[in-house]
Ligand binder design. Structure first.
Ligand code: URP
Ligand code: ZN
Ligand code: ZN
Length: 477
């Protein structure tokens, strides 16, 4: 009889803490042995990872799959195509969003989202909530019960008419997060500034895609970031600012962190690899890169790199928000000449997130391999209550692994990706390093560039109350 279901030999293993050589033995989907030279013949299956890196599978803590939109647009990826695409890019856990419709029940949104995911997801998944209507019923009953049930993080918006909360509502929701031990994620942009600028731009006939970036300047992001930091300080609760785009918001976060506040931050590939110039492409092509906050400029890209290097950022996510370009339910919802305000926001990137950061970050010496694992896997697992089951390579952890060839050169094209979107903003970009074999709970699910796992094999993950969500001075409670 074999001791292991699978042994991975001769690889260089990296966690958020260390890089070391060892073999891994897997039984029943979990890592049960880490040793120098596990005996030959001890396993039914073996993978020789000589010359390769063995990393924890990525945890993409910000992606949107099959999320109802309410404006007639439709996300191109459901839980099947979205998670196949994630897996093929080296990600083994995703945390998309169950979004409350204003006036409706949050519990109903969660139940609906479960129906969308079950039988389709091919990797494990948890849900963040989106709280758009903090009614007495939601604050008094639904949200506390959902947090107890394992939905321990939620996003709130400071912009978008159908989602945004005012300051009073934000205070109420943050106070609940503090009391019940949830992580609050904030989309920080000043709604009134954006509406005012949009109106001015439209009056001047400036409605082409690139004006989207002018309608959402850094001042609007900076102001909202500062404001929500102040609200969180008042309540004494940690928060995480999502999809931070550039220097001005970073300065606010750094200032808060310097004051000793537990303010965490996430950034995304679009703020490293795109600029507002990408919205300036011919005709309507710029709509492909419309997302909020918008990509900024080269100097801001450098500021984001600095933040990844120096610890301002804890999390690197994709914010995969998949809308097809040539599609009346996608970017062309209101036609091929629609004013920017009617173009669905968001860009695809769940499959390219890791390779882009690995190539430009680790490959070019901007961040270490351990920092890469921290930003893309360990920290999102910790911050959202999934660690150490996910996010590391350790005895007892789920055997969610990505075996990378650090030397493999790949030119990204949309044709090679597995999402259901008809473009990638990174078309033609060359990267070095690619996750060749991906393993989820001990099962090889990606091999030779293609998905090789079973349909609908992903499992729902209940999240613990995250330690990083505890107020200052209470880490040991
Ligand atoms: O433009 C973006 N980022 N769309 C996705 C929704 C969000 O706010 O994250
Ligand atoms: Zn957002
Ligand atoms: Zn998002």
């Amino acid at each position: 009889m074999s001791d292991f279901d699978l042994v991975i030999r001769n690889g260089k293993v990296a966690t958020a803490a260390d890089v070391f050589s060892c073999d891994l033995g897997i039984v029943d989907g979990r890592i049960v042995a880490m040793a120098e030279g596990i005996a030959l013949g001890a396993s039914r299956h073996e993978i020789d990872a000589a010359g390769k890196l063995v990393l924890p599978g990525g945890v993409d803590a910000h992606c949107h799959f099959d999320q109802p939109t309410g404006d007639g647009s439709q996300m191109a990826d459901d839980f099947r195509s979205g998670t196949v695409s994630a897996a093929c890019g080296g990600t083994t856990t995703v945390i998309p969003f169950a979004c409350q419709v204003k006036g409706a029940s949050l519990r109903a949104a969660v139940e609906d989202y479960h129906r969308r995911a079950e039988g389709k997801a091919v990797i494990d998944y948890a849900f963040h909530l989106i709280v758009s209507d903090p009614s007495d019923q939601v604050l008094g009953q639904e949200l506390p019960a959902l947090i107890r049930d394992g939905y321990t993080s939620f996003k709130i918006y400071m912009t978008y008419d159908d989602l945004k909360l005012d300051d009073r509502q934000i205070l109420d929701v943050l106070a609940l997060a503090r009391r019940d031990g949830a992580m609050a994620m904030i989309h920080a942009e000043n709604s009134d500034c954006i509406a005012w600028l949009t109106e001015k731009l439209e009056l001047a006939g400036q409605t082409a895609p690139h004006f989207h970036a002018l309608s959402r300047p850094q001042i609007a992001e900076r102001e909202a970031t500062h404001r929500v930091i102040s609200l969180a300080e008042l309540v004494d609760v940690p928060i995480l600012i999502v999809h931070v785009s550039g220097r001005e918001a970073i300065e606010q976060i750094r200032w808060a962190q310097g004051r000793g506040l537990r303010v965490y931050a996430e950034t995304c590939p679009q703020y490293l690899f795109l600029t507002a110039e990408d919205l300036h492409l011919d005709g309507f092509e710029g709509a492909k890169c419309i997302c909020s906050p918008p990509p900024r400029d080269a100097a801001n890209q450098e500021a984001v790199w600095d933040g990844l290097e120096n610890g301002v950022f804890q999390v690197f996510s994709s914010d995969h928000a998949p809308f097809r370009f040539k599609d009346p339910k996608g970017k062309m919802l209101r036609g091929a000449e629609a004013p920017f305000r009617h173009v669905p926001n968001g860009i695809p990137g769940v499959e390219t997130r890791l390779a882009l950061l690995f190539s430009e970050g680790v490959g070019k010496g901007r961040i270490t391999l351990t920092r890469f694992v921290e930003l893309t896997s360990a920290n999102p697992a910790r911050i959202y209550g999934l660690y150490p089951r996910k996010g590391t390579i350790a005895i007892g952890a789920d055997a969610d692994l990505a075996i990378w060839d650090p030397e493999r050169e790949v030119t990204i094209t949309n044709g090679m990706l597995h999402h259901n979107v008809d473009y990638t903003p990174y078309e033609g970009r060359k990267v070095k390093g690619w996750p060749e074999t991906v393993i989820s709970r001990g099962e090889i699910i990606v091999e030779g560039g293609g998905f090789a796992g079973g349909a609908g094999r992903g499992r729902f993950l209940k999240c613990d109350s995250p330690v990083p969500a505890r107020p200052k001075g209470r880490s040991e409670e």
